[in-house]
Write a protein that binds this ligand. Structure first.
Ligand SMILES: [Zn+2]
Length: 168
């Protein structure tokens, strides 16, 4: 089935090449972890692209990842950006990456509320992933805090997770 949500490709946002190719997932993702970037939210394509380049640099340099850790990143205006993309292992939820995908919302949702646009895009992205066989239809939707010592994805976004799995 066709992808319904538009994804800004790595080329479009100016991603650096990964240090090495990501490992493929062994099958459809069984779990999806939601994160926040815990950075100020970005406004507009130009600012979000710059923020992504900086996040990728931080992941590859300070944290020694091979690439930006997330599979996808969602901006506050609902724009979806390609991270590692579909079907590959990310670096987002320690000890839990091998059967999962990681999607990060740009912003800090300890106090801020995620936008309707961002929630709606993430929901569509999940539906697209299931429709294309990248995510198991019975996938579990979790927040990073379910498996790590972290506030991520922030209380307000964590509370909104059930909205991402509704039938409509
Ligand atoms: Zn996280």
């Amino acid at each position: 089935m066709a992808q319904k949500v538009t994804i800004v490709s790595r080329e479009e946002w100016g991603a650096a090449a990964p240090k090495q190719k990501a490992s493929p997932l062994k099958g459809p993702a069984q779990r999806v972890f939601i994160h926040h970037t815990a950075l100020p939210k970005c406004t507009g394509l130009k600012e979000c692209k710059e923020r992504l380049v900086s996040i990728q640099r931080g992941h590859m340099t300070d944290r020694s990842f091979d690439d930006i850790g997330y599979n996808f990143i969602v901006g506050g205006d609902g724009t979806v950006f390609e991270g590692r993309g579909w079907g590959v292992v990310g670096a987002h939820t320690k000890y839990n990456n091998d059967d999962s995908l990681g999607i990060a919302f740009m912003g800090n949702f300890n106090n801020d509320t995620p936008s309707t646009e961002a929630l709606s895009s993430a929901k569509q992205l999940l539906q697209d992933g299931v429709a294309q066989g990248f995510i198991s239809p019975e996938f579990a939707l979790l927040g990073h805090r379910d498996k790590g010592q972290t506030d991520c994805p922030g209380a307000k976004l964590y509370a909104a997770l059930p909205q991402l799995k509704g039938s409509k």
